[in-house]
Ligand binder design. Structure first.
Ligand SMILES: Cc1cc2nc3c(=O)[nH]c(=O)nc-3n(C[C@H](O)[C@H](O)[C@H](O)COP(=O)(O)OP(=O)(O)OC[C@H]3O[C@@H](n4cnc5c(N)ncnc54)[C@H](O)[C@@H]3O)c2cc1C
Length: 397
């Protein structure tokens, strides 16, 4: 039996970037195979809070930066998909919240209030009238400001299912124990070998997140280089599932230019609500023990939600690296990144919300290289890639 597969495009890495590109290409009639060496969504994507950012959190210093502009169109792109008429039909995705909130414990400065009311931001965020506030902000103890952003929060496992399912037979498991090597002619890559299986393609796209580094090394490509920005996220849930935490999808504002904390809420298998907490605590929490992080998080919640009575909590931590194109001073990149080296394209979305933008850029690069649609036989030489597990269950084990 032949151990050679042929396809138009090989994509490596089934996080949000690889999945979105794979779906779009196959929908266009291009034959694309997606290879995953662990599980679908396994790395950063299943670690994401699921916020479809519109950029408001990058404008807290009163400036609409490049990052804010690049990401500004993304909520509308995703909303079209959620309504079933965008690039990808995401109408079966579970929407956790239609809006992300932003609250301050005390009144905002007049400078910040007029910036939020400015033409540039007013269409993206509005103050929430008192009767429409979620329960946790109904208390008389809450004296601050509450804004609603045009940023939905999505259940990521259901996003992965929706994008992967239509072309799932072309998402294959590339066992990491089998050696990966390339057959190339100068800068042109002819095929990829995984163990004794050869995959021939016109073009190759690397969407392996942190794994792009090893793949670039295997291809002897020095630039673009990758940077890692580590985080240790905090998770908590009520010890007594009958007194679950309330749902909250919100950034807590202080006086600085970044939110103090970002909290999203996710239901675990047994129906208990898990708060997933990012922001400064996760940036500064790298390398800390669970006991230290839990203590800091307990103090933080008392500071930012002083009026709220929370149940007795159980804690977990989740260490993860953000993988991105290298920037000076380890800063956050502004937009989705795709760079081509011959017929290899290297991609990092830098935000889950930017996947549609990344894929527009990647398709342009593939077409520039002269992408041609061919008929290919489907052969089951590799097993299908499994789906990764939601964090809300695995983190507490
Ligand atoms: C804690 C956290 C919270 C976040 N929250 C948000 C948010 O709310 N909103 C937002 O917009 N963004 C968020 N982000 C950013 C977002 O998650 C990432 O930008 C995005 O998921 C990156 O997707 P990716 O497909 O590039 O990479 P990944 O999701 O990392 O996927 C890469 C895939 O490639 C696979 N792989 C690696 N090496 C190989 C190989 N050699 N062969 C085959 N497969 C390989 C991996 O197993 C993995 O499945 C968050 C990030 C973190 C870390």
């Amino acid at each position: 039996m032949s151990k050679t597969l042929s396809t138009d495009v090989v994509i490596i890495g089934a996080g949000i970037a690889g999945l979105w590109l794979h779906h779009r290409l196959n929908k266009m009639g291009v034959h694309a195979l997606l290879l995953e060496n662990k599980a679908i969504g396994n790395a950063q994507t299943l670690s994401a809070q699921g916020i479809i950012h519109g950029g408001a959190k990058y404008a807290l210093n009163g400036i609409l930066s490049k990052a804010t502009q690049a990401i500004g169109d993304m909520p509308a792109r995703w909303q079209a998909c959620l309504a079933g008429h965008g690039d990808i039909d995401l109408s079966s995705v579970k929407v956790l919240a239609n809006h992300q909130l932003m609250w301050s414990k005390g009144q905002l400065s007049s400078k910040m209030l007029s910036f939020f009311a400015s033409k540039a931001l007013a269409s993206r965020m509005q103050p929430v009238p008192d009767p429409e506030r979620p329960d946790i902000f109904q208390s008389h103890g809450f004296k601050g400001s509450l804004y609603q952003l045009d940023e939905p929060v999505l259940d990521i496992p259901s996003v992965l299912k929706s994008i992967a399912t239509p072309y799932q037979d072309r998402i294959l498991y590339a066992n990491p124990e089998k050696a990966l090597s390339w057959q190339q002619n100068g800068q042109h890559i002819n095929s990829l070998n995984i163990g004794d299986i050869t995959i021939e393609a016109q073009q190759f796209v690397l969407t392996a997140g942190e794994g792009n580094e090893g793949l670039l090394n295997s291809l002897n490509i020095k630039k673009p280089a990758m940077q890692r920005r580590p985080l240790q996220m905090v998770l908590c849930k009520s010890k007594d599932p009958s007194q679950s935490l309330p749902t909250l999808y919100a950034h807590s504002l202080g006086s600085g230019s970044k939110p103090i904390a970002t909290i999203t809420s996710h239901q675990n298998k047994s129906g208990n609500i898990v708060w997933y907490i990012g922001g400064n605590i996760a940036e500064n929490g790298v390398g800390k023990s669970l006991a230290t992080l839990a203590e800091e998080a307990r103090t933080l919640l008392t500071e930012i939600l002083p009026w709220a009575t929370l149940p007795e909590l159980e804690w977990a931590a989740h260490a993860v690296e953000r993988a991105e194109p290298k920037q000076s001073a380890l800063s956050r990149p502004d937009s989705a990144f795709v760079e081509s080296k011959g017929n290899v394209h290297i991609a990092w979305p830098t935000k889950l919300a930017l996947a549609p933008d990344l894929v527009d850029k990647a398709i342009k690069k593939l077409q520039k290289q002269g992408l041609v649609k061919h008929q290919h036989n489907e052969q089951a030489l590799l097993a299908p890639a499994p789906f990764g597990d939601p964090l809300w269950d695995s983190a507490f084990q």
